[in-house]
Design a protein around this ligand. Structure first.
Ligand code: GTP
Length: 235
C-alpha cells in the first residue's frame, strides 16, 4: 500500500453542499461513507476540517474585529464541524476519536500526539479539531503540521475542483490540469494549492499533497488506489 497513513483535509465550505450556511446532512454522510470505505481497506486516517461554512476569521477582521479574536472563533467553528463529522462517521459504524488543539475536556480529548498515533494503529479515525490552536494559522497549516507529527504518508486535500490547473479554469478556457507537479514548480508558477506556510511545511518534510475532488463519491478510494485523478504535488 503506497499511502497507508493519510491525513485528509476537508474544507468547511464543502460541508454546506447546496446550502448557503452550515452543514448539509447528505454531504457529510457521503463523506463519512467514503472515509469508511478506505478505513475498511486498511488505511489509517486522520482528518483536519476547516470552519468556513460557519465562521471566517478573515471576514470578521474586515468587519472591524481583531484578527486574533476572529481566528479563535474560527477554531471553534472547526470543532462544530469536527463533532458533526464524528457523529456521521459513528452512525456509519466507524470508531473515531476527536482531539482538540484547544482544551475542551467535556467534548474532546486534548491533542496528544502519541495518543493520536495509538488510536490510528487501533484503526480509529482521528479527527483533529481547533486547527493548530493558534491564530494566524489556517486549517491547511494545521493539516500539514498534524500530518508531519503523526508521520502521515500523504496529505489528501479534498476540494470541489478535481486538481491543480495552470490557471483558474472558470476564467481561462486554455487552463490545463496537472496530473503531477513539483513543489518548486508550484512556487515558480505562483499556483495556489495551500497557503505558503502549509505548503512549505509539506515541501521541507517531503510530504506529498494530492488535491482531488472529494464531492464525487468513490474518489477518495480511487485516489488511494493510484488512479490518476487529482494532482500530486511532490519534491
Ligand atoms: P485506548 O486506551 O488506547 O484503547 O484508547 P481509548 O481512547 O479507548 O481510551 P480512553 O480511556 O482514553 O478513552 C475512552 C473514551 O473517552 C474515548 O471515547 C475517548 O475519546 C474519551 N476521552 C478520553 N480522554 C478524554 C478527554 O479528555 N475528554 C473527553 N471529552 N473525552 C475523552
Amino acid at each position: 500500500m503506497k499511502y497507508k497513513r493519510i491525513l485528509l483535509k476537508l474544507s468547511g465550505e464543502s460541508l454546506m453542499g447546496a446550502k448557503q450556511f452550515g452543514i448539509d446532512n447528505e454531504r457529510i454522510n457521503a463523506y463519512a461513507k467514503q472515509i469508511k470505505e478506505i478505513r475498511n481497506s486498511g488505511h489509517e486516517i486522520a482528518i483536519v476540517i476547516g470552519g468556513g461554512n460557519i465562521f471566517r476569521g478573515v471576514q470578521a477582521e474586515e468587519g472591524g474585529m481583531d484578527r486574533t479574536h476572529g481566528d479563535y472563533m474560527g477554531m471553534l467553528a472547526t470543532m462544530i464541524n469536527a463533532m458533526a463529522l464524528q457523529a456521521a462517521l459513528e452512525s456509519n459504524g466507524v470508531h473515531t476519536r476527536l482531539q482538540s488543539a484547544i482544551e475542551m475536556k467535556a467534548i474532546a480529548e486534548p491533542f496528544i500526539r502519541r495518543k493520536a498515533v495509538r488510536h490510528l494503529e487501533k484503526g480509529r479515525v482521528v479527527i483533529f479539531g481547533a486547527g493548530t490552536g493558534n491564530p494566524f494559522f489556517t486549517t491547511d497549516s494545521a493539516a500539514s503540521l498534524r500530518a508531519i507529527e503523526i508521520n502521515a504518508d500523504v496529505i489528501l486535500k479534498g476540494t470541489r475542483v478535481d486538481g491543480i490547473y495552470s490557471a483558474d479554469p472558470e476564467k481561462d478556457k486554455t487552463a490545463t490540469k496537472f496530473n503531477d507537479i513539483t513543489f518548486d514548480d508550484v512556487y515558480k508558477k505562483g499556483l495556489n494549492v495551500m497557503d505558503l506556510t502549509a505548503f512549505t511545511l509539506c515541501k521541507e518534510n517531503n510530504l506529498p499533497i494530492i488535491v482531488f475532488d472529494m464531492d464525487t463519491p468513490g474518489n477518495l478510494e480511487k485516489v488511494l488506489s493510484g488512479e490518476p485523478i487529482g494532482t500530486v504535488v511532490h519534491n
